[in-house]
Design a protein around this ligand. Structure first.
Ligand SMILES: Cc1cc2nc3c(=O)[nH]c(=O)nc-3n(C[C@H](O)[C@H](O)[C@H](O)COP(=O)(O)O)c2cc1C
Length: 309
C-alpha cells in the first residue's frame, strides 16, 4: 500500500511575520476582509490587507471612479475609508474573531498624519503588520508626493518606523524611474519589507462626449495588463534589497503567483482578480498546492527564488 505523501508546506516568512501561505489580499480590492466571509473562510489567506486607513474617515473622490479597460481597470477611488478609529473599534475585533491574520494599509495627507495612524494601530496586538501606502496616484496630497523620490520615501519611512514597533511594509509606486533605488531607500530607512507594485497612472477619455471618463481625469491601472511590468519590477527589487519583497500586479491564477515567487517574491498580493472572481485568492492557494504536489516539491521555500538564467 502506498502511503499518501504529506501535503506540501506553503508557509512563508515576511521578515518576522510567519504566514501559512504566500497569498494575501491586496489593499483596496478586498474591503475590510469581512465582506468576503460569505464566500470563504478568510482565515485561509496568508493575510488580509485592508483598505487604506487614514486618521479621519474620507468619502474619497467624486464618481466616476472606475473604468474597465481592455485587460484590467482604472480606478480613482481616492482612498475612501472608515478612518482608523472605527477600524480599531469595529473591524479589527471581528477580523480577529474570524481567525484572520490581518495587515493595515495606511495613508496620510501629511507625515504627521501617517505617524498618528501608525501609532493608533500599534495598540492592536493582533495586527500582523502595517503597510505604508507611499504610492497612491489618485490623491492630490500625500501618497505619491512621498513615494516618488528616494528622499521623500526615506523621510516618510524613517518617521513612521520610529512611531511603531509593528513590522513595517512599505508599498512602492511603479511610477518612478528606478524601482531598485526606491526599494533601497525604504530598506535603509528601516522598512521590514517592500511591497510592489501599486497602480500605474493611466487615463481614459470618451471620444464622443470629448470628456475624461474619470472625474479625477487620471487613475491607477491594475489587473492583467500590468503583470509583466510588475514582474520585472519585483525581480529588480529582489536583486536590490535584502529585506523581503512582496509581489503585486495582475495576479489572477496560481501560475501568475508562482512566477512572482520564482523571481524571488516572499509572498504575493491579489487585487483586481477579486472583483472578477471573489474566490480568486483561495483558488490561487489551492493551485499553488496542486502544482507543488505534481512537481513533488515538499516545501514552497525550495521553489521560491529559483529562477534559472
Ligand atoms: C479599486 C482599487 C483600490 C485600491 N486601493 C488601494 C489602497 O487603498 N491602498 C493601496 O496601497 N493600494 C490600493 N490599490 C492598489 C492595489 O492594492 C494593488 O497594488 C494594485 O491594484 C495592483 O494589483 P492588481 O493588478 O492585482 O490589482 C487599489 C487598487 C484598486 C483596483
Amino acid at each position: 500500500m502506498v502511503t499518501p505523501a504529506a501535503p506540501p508546506d506553503l508557509a512563508v516568512r515576511v521578515g518576522t511575520v510567519s504566514l501559512k501561505n504566500p497569498v494575501l489580499s491586496a489593499s483596496g480590492t478586498f474591503g475590510y476582509g469581512l465582506e468576503f466571509a460569505p464566500f470563504y473562510d478568510i482565515s485561509r489567506l496568508g493575510a488580509v490587507i485592508v483598505k487604506g486607513l487614514s486618521l479621519l474617515p474620507s468619502p474619497g473622490n467624486a464618481p466616476q471612479r472606475i473604468v474597465e479597460t481592455a485587460a484590467g481597470m482604472l480606478n480613482a477611488i481616492g482612498l475612501q475609508n472608515i478612518g482608523v478609529e472605527r477600524f480599531v473599534a469595529e473591524v479589527a475585533p471581528r477580523l480577529e474573531e474570524a481567525g484572520a491574520v490581518f495587515v493595515a494599509n495606511i495613508y496620510g495627507r501629511t507625515v504627521d498624519e501617517y505617524e498618528a495612524v501608525a501609532r493608533r494601530l500599534s495598540d492592536l496586538p493582533a495586527l500582523a503588520a502595517i503597510e505604508l501606502n507611499a504610492s497612491c496616484p489618485n490623491v492630490k496630497e500625500g501618497g505619491i508626493l512621498f513615494g516618488s523620490s528616494p528622499h521623500g520615501l526615506s523621510g516618510l519611512t524613517r518617521r513612521v518606523r520610529a512611531a511603531t514597533a509593528k513590522p513595517l511594509w512599505v508599498k512602492l509606486s511603479p511610477n518612478v524611474a528606478d524601482i531598485g533605488s526606491m526599494a533601497r531607500s525604504a530598506e535603509d530607512a528601516g522598512a521590514d519589507a517592500v511591497s510592489l507594485i501599486n497602480t500605474i497612472v493611466g487615463m481614459a477619455v470618451d471620444h464622443k462626449t470629448r470628456r475624461p471618463r474619470l472625474a479625477n481625469v487620471t487613475g491607477g491601472l491594475s489587473g492583467p495588463a500590468i503583470k509583466p511590468v510588475a514582474l520585472r519590477m519585483v525581480w529588480e527589487a529582489c536583486r536590490a534589497v535584502k529585506i523581503p519583497v512582496i509581489g503585486i500586479g495582475g495576479i489572477q491564477t496560481a501560475e501568475d503567483a508562482l512566477e512572482f515567487l520564482l523571481v524571488g517574491a516572499a509572498a504575493v498580493q491579489v487585487g483586481t482578480a477579486n472583483f472578477r472572481n471573489p474566490n480568486a485568492c483561495v483558488e490561487i492557494i489551492d493551485g499553488i498546492r496542486d502544482f507543488l504536489v505534481r512537481e513533488k516539491i515538499s516545501r514552497l521555500e525550495e521553489y521560491r527564488g529559483g529562477l534559472l538564467s
